[in-house]
Design a protein around this ligand. Structure first.
Ligand code: 8ID
Ligand code: ZN
Length: 349
């Protein structure tokens, strides 16, 4: 038997945008279909910042423990759980649970389930030492995996892998990634490369440019210093990228991509800038026959596949580890766009 304490450390906020309090809270009890995970490491996704600020048109639970890239060890489980044993490694994902019976779940579009339970948003997430997750949706992590390294795969990795599949890009095609130097972007470059695509990264600053090239981007355009972004992207990709994956938190980036995307190309919206619209000039949209699609995390199969790319050594998460109590500082850096790759919290500190 594993000893489970009664209380634990967590970062909690009581109002959106209010103080982020590092404190002791009770350890939750898993429901009959849930596992209890001792979260060792948790990635900090820009979604967590949106949740704290409350800037999306979907209310968060309050008070809330954020976080949805939690990697840890199963220490408890409900009586109906058959797919996890105590001691297994497990991952807490954004999609904590879904009904499994609706039209969308039946078609494996689990993230579109109207009753989806969201870790770190409608359900307390991974910025605590012990978190619960529906056993059917929790990620299976092979024993012996580096839990700090794999944490960002649990949202960022799954999401960009699914978005790349959604783009319908073919081997040898150019894929543009906006926000390429951030958490999702640095993984998107590597998944794209592993899937046989050629990558152009779009972001800003020397540190991000260097990281993107090191991770496999053949070209990089600095959106802040480029005098003509459309011309530069079209030139670097010999006619425009066949697909664009938007992980930038920027409305402007979306609009301009409708100009540089290649005819018949696909633009995939992933980043969620608050209050933004995707604007496209209709004449060119039709004549170039481009598409704009949304992509929202991934289902259980996408999860297993994204984790398999990691397991095979094809993906390295550029992480920086800090203590759980340092979450407010991480949000500050993220807000300023100063994070290259991903911050991962060590939940023991
Ligand atoms: O399922 C989904 N759709 C999903 C899953 C996970 C995350 C969506 N997201 C959303 C988040 O909520 C957030 O809105 O994806 C977005 C990016 O998350 P992230 O990668 O965790 O954020 P980050 O690490 O802060 O990286 C953002 C990057 O965008 C760049 C920044 O410099 C930063 O590197 N960027 C910005 I802001 N404006 C840009 C622009 N105009 C830009 N890059 C290119 N052009
Ligand atoms: Zn996320």
């Amino acid at each position: 038997m594993v000893e489970i304490p009664k209380t634990q450390k967590a970062v909690v906020f009581e109002t959106n945008g209010g103080p982020l309090i590092y404190k002791d809270i009770p350890v939750p009890t898993p429901a009959s279909d849930e596992i209890l995970v001792n979260v060792k490491y948790s990635g900090v996704c820009h979604t967590d910042l949106h949740a704290w600020k409350g800037d999306w048109p979907l209310p968060t639970k309050l008070p809330l423990v954020g976080g949805h890239e939690g990697a840890g060890v199963v220490v408890g489980k409900g009586e109906n759980v058959t797919n996890f044993e105590i001691g297994d490694y497990a991952g807490i994902k954004w999609l904590n649970g879904s009904c499994l019976g609706c039209e969308f779940c039946l078609k494996s579009a689990e993230s579109n389930c109207p009753d989806a339970i969201l870790s770190g948003y409608t359900h307390d997430g991974s910025f605590q030492q012990y978190a619960t997750a529906k056993a059917v949706h929790a990620a299976k992590i092979p024993q012996g995996t580096d839990l700090a390294q794999i944490a960002p795969i649990l949202c960022a990795g799954i999401t960009v892998y699914k978005a790349l599949k959604t783009s319908e890009a073919q081997p040898g095609n150019w894929v543009a990634i906006t926000g390429a130097g951030g958490g999702l972007g640095t993984l998107a470059i590597q998944y794209a490369k592993a899937m046989g695509f050629r990558v152009i990264g779009i972001d800003t600053g020397d540190a991000k440019a260097e990281a993107c090239k090191e991770l496999g981007a053949e070209a990089f355009i600095d959106f802040a210093t480029s005098k003509d972004l459309v011309k530069d992207v079209v030139a670097a990709t010999h006619g425009g990228p066949h697909a664009v994956i938007h992980v930038a938190v920027s409305e402007k980036a979306i609009g301009v991509s409708t100009e540089y995307v290649r005819a018949t190309g696909v633009i995939v919206l992933v980043g969620l800038p608050a209050g933004a619209y995707a604007k496209s000039e209709v004449f060119s949209h039709v004549v170039k026959s481009i598409s704009i699609k949304g992509s929202y995390v991934g289902n259980r199969a996408d999860t297993a596949e994204a984790l398999d790319f990691f397991d095979r050594g094809l993906i390295t998460c550029p992480i920086k580890i800090v203590g759980l109590s340092e979450l407010p500082e991480v949000y500050e850096l993220m807000e300023k766009g100063q994070i290259v790759g991903r911050y991962v919290l060590d939940n023991s500190k």
